[in-house]
Ligand binder design. Sequence first.
Ligand SMILES: [Zn+2]
Length: 495
Amino acid sequence: MPLYKSQPIKIYNSLSGEKENFTPINEGNIGMYVCGPTVYSNVHLGNVRTFMSFDVIYRYFLHLGYKVRYIRNITDVGHIVDDVDDGEDKIAKKAKLEQLEPMEIVQRYTVDFHNVLKAYNFLPPSIEPTATGHIIEQIEIVKAIIDKGIGYESNGSVYFDVVKFNETNNYGKLSGRNIEDMLANTRDTDGQSDKRNHQDFALWKKAEAEHIMRWPSPWSDGFPGWHLECTAMSTKYLGNHFDIHGGGMDLKFPHHECEIAQNEACTGQEPVNYWMHANMLTLNGKKMSKSTGNNILPSEIYSGGSPFLTKAFSASVARFFMLQAHYRSNLDFTNDAILAAEKGFYRLIDAVSSLNNLDNFYFGTESTFDLKGWKENCYNAMNDDFNTPILIAHLFSGVNLINLLKDKSAFLTKEDFTDFSSTIKAFVFDVLGLEDEKSSTNNNDKLEGVVEMLIQMRKQARDNKDFAMSDQIRDQLLALGIQLKDGKEGTTFSI
Ligand SMILES: [Zn+2]
């Protein structure tokens, strides 16, 4: 029986403002969409926290045995800077500044994003679609919204009429805003804008003559509005009605509100059952911002190259630090706080790693520890809206147990020990995604040993004039990114 059948989860749904029992649309299967980065600059540590929150949620679902289709997009066009005004494409703007092709910007920062995720031990999503790869789907949605009488064309651009939509639907239900208040608090468009109402948002923007990123459409050569891409990509891969949509708290309005409106205008149904929003990371009590310099790049954590840090920390320590707070709480990053987290991290990792050496332990004929109760506590923490700080507190009860077992002050039967050991490792490594760097150093040693062995086998093959075999070893290693170099001193390799 899969584990999820015995572990009922509650999720805080931003749409209802309440914790709700989680029931997927198709039993045992979950569709989850998370808004990815706009790749026009390096992601900052706050972005890493948002994506980490959903990485842990994804990991926990997998641990429970769910089959998850997890979609996280790459925004590689649009993301209009100020949707209320005429707007400007962030990627095109950056390309102009750096005198690069927009796709060079996209490539550079997509690679940076992936490197950061790898360093922080994120699981890759099932699909990572790009906005530019889904222009046709976006145009189809614009057509459908126009057909329903809620989208209108104006000077080659297409806008979503929020007032018209609100006559039959509720624009503002996710963010708790009221359309009348919004309209009352904004100036009239003064006839300067192509829009009917100030709050209307762009579905399609006509490109100015110098705009490089442009596609043909029935209305103009132009580019899609930012909100549209997520509607197109989420419904393409998850259907018109799916389980979970997540993102940073700052995306609730207007981005997610507009997504709901687009979906409802098209299909007449609510697109998402559970809306989840991850909270912000501040630095020394202030919002992280590149322009004020109050900012740490994710790579500066492990390179130590930040004026806000007294030393370098491993990415796993930063991961542990962030997971000590619940994903819906604000978290403040300070040098002292991560120093404290580092101590806790090594106490946890060292204790869990010591479980691999059975010589440390003695087994009892009876267990003196309530293993069943402890396991329930761990699962209950995660089942209660993914409460990682409570889970971590219970994992430290496990650390205390490990120390008592070593001292012979507590006992587990062999069977309970195996159960305890696999449970705590599953939570630490599989669910929280923490890494024992010492064991990854060991793995590097092992890898080098294996490559040396293959070099020896290749040498034997050449000595036997079996050149097909020696070439095969060389080529297959190269395909794995391991290059052999033959020299006077023998063969060396680089990874
Ligand atoms: Zn989005």
